[in-house]
Unconditional design. Structure first.
Length: 397
């Protein structure tokens, strides 16, 4: 395993850190306040600055305006961007757009790339990924997929209901998973669907624990006899479940990178209060019960960081298929550590921690979704246990 960053990547990482600390964090609250008023002048200004600084869409190839980074490079940069909840959006590599760009890059026809990938890479449009459905449809178990795409002359007609399509309300296009046969392995197909195609209704953005933030709004969408032509199919009919796996392994790892950045910043922010607030005759930082929390959190972050680097390195060196169980471990571990670190930060700051004078309460409401989205903890644990019980997982890598 080689996690060392090249000098160029170290320099790039430092530039991203300086951009996040110097430009994004000071304007974070302004961006969020504007967003609540449906305005985005500050966000657009930051995005223009990120582009001018040559830090735009770093995961994409240079031909599409990116930096041509591999997964290790993404890891180095996304952790830094994740230190701010608006960081990924500023650099045009937020979820789900970043995963969708990677999927289109790998599987879409030239015509689809020109129509959707190019403007997405330029930051002119947004996208959504529509797999999850209300019960009894696809959720933790994607084979429950109920949305159907029936073959007709020249294309398909899609009927069904989706929800939790993050950003689906404002997206220009959706990547929709629909059933094209009843086979559990080859029964699903992914389609690139114009969000404003006839027959699509944006029913609502589902209200959730976290306040709305930028494009992180959970759209409920109705597909009533929506026609898509044959060339809307990604990769091939019946490839949907395989593509979902191929998209989700690296996509869930990029979540981990961002979450690690936020957890690290949270711990950093705790230092100030612990070093200043006195209680029972000494600084909070001098109480061993507080020190225990800090030690645990630091250890969890360090372990999560190494797990993420390990998976990134596996994918980069051609071991993506074998990375699946490790990526499940990493995703559950990092999602949980983010929740614990934020919960501890709230506790450590007392009433102020619970207030909106500090960001932890808001961050916690978003972090809680990490244990459900992209597969709930339990489903990942099923994958891990299956591999361990089959004797296929080398734990002492
Ligand atoms: C903020 C947020 C954003 C999301 N964004 C998207 C998106 O952009 N696109 C998209 O398609 N989906 C998205 N999702 C949906 C997400 O992927 C699903 O919520 C997730 O896959 C779980 O499906 P479900 O909610 O239907 O839960 P269910 O399938 O109803 O499962 C409910 C619970 O049952 C338990 N469970 C399920 N299976 C097992 C098992 N085998 N063993 C033990 N326990 C089990 C788990 O605790 C699980 O949480 C998002 C979800 C959230 C919260």
């Amino acid at each position: 395993m080689d996690f060392a960053l090249s000098p160029e990547l170290s320099e790039l990482r430092q530039r991203v850190r300086e951009f996040v600390d110097g430009r994004i964090i000071p304007r974070e609250e302004a961006v969020l306040a504007e967003d609540a008023r449906n305005e985005r002048a500050s966000l657009d200004a930051l995005r223009a600055e990120a582009r001018a600084a040559g830090l735009w869409t770093p995961h994409l190839p240079r031909a599409l305006g990116g930096l041509g980074l591999g997964v290790m490079g993404m890891c180095a940069l996304f952790r830094e961007m994740g230190r701010s909840p608006i960081g990924a959006k500023v650099f045009n590599c937020d979820a789900p757009d970043q995963g969708n760009m990677d999927l289109l890059l790998a599987t879409a026809s030239d015509a689809l790339k020109a129509k959707y990938l190019a403007p997405l890479a330029r930051g002119e449009i947004t996208s959504a990924f529509s797999m999850t459905e209300p019960a009894p449809g696809a959720g933790a178990d994607p084979t429950n997929l109920k949305t159907r795409a029936d073959k007709v002359d020249g294309g398909f007609r899609i009927r069904g209901k989706k929800w939790f399509s993050t950003g689906g309300g404002k997206a220009a296009f959706l990547i929709v998973m629909a059933r094209t046969s009843d086979d559990d392995k080859t029964g699903a197909t992914m389609f690139v669907v114009d969000r404003h195609a006839k027959g699509i209704t944006h029913v609502r953005d589902v209200p959730v624990l976290a306040p709305d933030m930028l494009d992180h709004r959970e759209a409920e969408l109705l597909f009533d006899d929506v026609f898509v032509s044959d060339d809307a199919v990604l990769k091939g009919v019946g490839e949907g479940f395989r593509l979902a796996q191929a998209r989700l392994v690296p996509a869930r790892l990029t979540h981990c990178m961002r979450w690690l950045g936020l957890a690290d910043r949270t711990l950093e922010l705790c230092r100030e209060y612990l070093g200043a607030r006195r209680s029972f005759g000494k600084l909070l930082a001098e109480h061993q019960l507080v020190q225990q929390k800090i030690a645990e959190d630091a250890t969890l972050i360090h372990a999560g960081n190494l797990m993420t680097l390990h998976c990134a390195w596996m994918i980069e060196t051609g071991g993506a298929k074998d990375a699946r169980a490790y990526s499940s471990m990493t995703k559950t571990h990092v999602a949980r550590l983010l929740c614990k670190v934020l919960d501890d930060a709230i506790q450590i700051h007392g009433a102020k921690g619970y207030s909106h004078d500090l960001p932890f309460a808001r961050w916690y409401t978003s972090a809680r979704a990490a244990r459900i989205a992209d597969g709930p903890d339990e489903v990942h644990e099923v994958v891990i246990a299956r591999e361990v019980l089959a004797g296929r997982l080398n734990l002492l890598v």
